[in-house]
Design a protein around this ligand. Structure first.
Ligand code: ADP
Ligand code: MG
Length: 323
């Protein structure tokens, strides 16, 4: 059995602006296996960045548990532990690269080692190795402002990898890149995953990007609503797009169209927040697996009670009765 590198259970996070409070995450649970590449997909505002910042120890959750390398870390999002976790265990990659404009390519990449107080010889040796790995060693003396978007993201990836973190987190890493450059960056993630056994979480709203990963979690309104394991048989993109659309279906005719189109059994349940949640069977089974994993037997029993397996047509009839 593979090892779980990161596991989170029931993460909640609210933002307060003035008197208004908004719950961006409403009980997110997930786990990441060693060597796995996971995508978190969701439309804008679904809570993707909020989640990734918490996983990256850049922000603290209001509620929920986080295990890193099998160890329950109550101090995950709080200083001084958070700084250590970020420096030693996590590489973070941003949509807008977050490079320091006044530094050269090699200085940007070397920075985390300099901050860690590494010896000069080691710093420049590792920096060269890392720049070579991401394919921009020939640009090392350039200012980052002289690079293309794809090249800048390569610098950012090299910087994230230089401390050899086990966990790589990327927030829409291809969001500012064109289609072909996005493919190049995803190929690079694949190479990293294959050669070094990095565990990677990529946040994206792009089905093409998600199709490169092993597994996709669909986030909607601060909850994981569905899951898909990529089959790598050429059909993933279509399935991902269908599931993505399914997240925001609002009325029965939309659900009906989608059920007929995908011919996939769906599962209807109540989750305490919305009137109804429509999940694929795959997602239902994964919820059950998670429930068992966390020994949350009460939850699983409640869910079994709430609705048994139904085919799409039966589920639809029920939805119509409830509306
Ligand atoms: P995504 O990355 O999926 O687009 P975010 O995690 O950035 O979504 O945001 C989720 C929700 O939380 C949004 O409604 C957003 O407006 C809100 N939000 C995010 N950050 C803050 C903040 N610092 N203060 C107030 N609200 C925030
Ligand atoms: Mg975001």
């Amino acid at each position: 059995m593979s090892e779980t590198i990161l596991k989170v259970n029931n993460i909640h996070k609210s933002y307060t602006t003035g008197k208004e409070s908004f719950e961006a995450l409403r009980g997110v649970s997930l786990s990441l296996e060693q060597g796995e590449m996971l995508a978190v997909m969701g439309s804008s505002g679904s809570g993707k960045s909020t989640l990734l910042h918490i996983l990256g120890a850049m922000d603290a959750a209001d509620e929920g548990k986080i295990w890193l390398n099998g160890e329950l870390r109550k101090d995950y999002g709080t200083e001084p532990a958070a700084t250590r976790i970020r420096a030693e265990q996590i590489g973070f990659i941003f949509q807008d690269f977050n490079l320091i404009q006044d530094l050269t390519v090699e200085e940007n990449v070397a920075l985390p080692l300099m901050l860690a107080g590494e010896k000069n010889r080691v710093i420049w040796e590792k920096t060269d190795q890392m720049l070579e790995k991401v394919g921009i060693l020939d640009k090392k003396k350039n200012a980052v402002t002289e690079l293309s978007g794809g090249q800048r993201q390569r610098v950012a990836i090299a910087r994230a990898l230089i401390t050899e973190p086990k966990l790589l987190l990327a927030d829409e890493p291809t969001g500012n890149l064109d289609y072909n450059t996005s493919i190049e960056i995803m190929q690079l993630f694949l190479e990293l995953q294959q050669e070094k056994d990095h565990s990677i979480i990529i946040v994206t709203h792009d089905a093409m990007v998600a199709a490169y990963t092993d597994r996709i979690l669909f986030l909607h309104d601060g909850l994981v609503r569905d899951e898909y394991r990529c089959q790598k048989n050429g059909n993933d993109m279509d399935r991902i797009v269908d599931k993505f659309k399914m997240l925001s279906l609002k009325n029965t005719s939309e659900v009906s169209d989608m059920c007929h189109k995908t011919e996939e059994p769906i599962y209807v349940t109540k989750n305490g927040y919305d009137d109804m949640v429509i999940m694929s069977m795959e997602s239902y089974e994964s919820t059950m697996r998670q429930a068992a994993m966390y020994r949350d037997i009460e939850l699983s029993e409640k869910q079994i009670e709430a609705g048994q397996t139904r085919d799409a047509r039966t589920a639809l009839r029920e939805i119509q009765q409830k509306l």
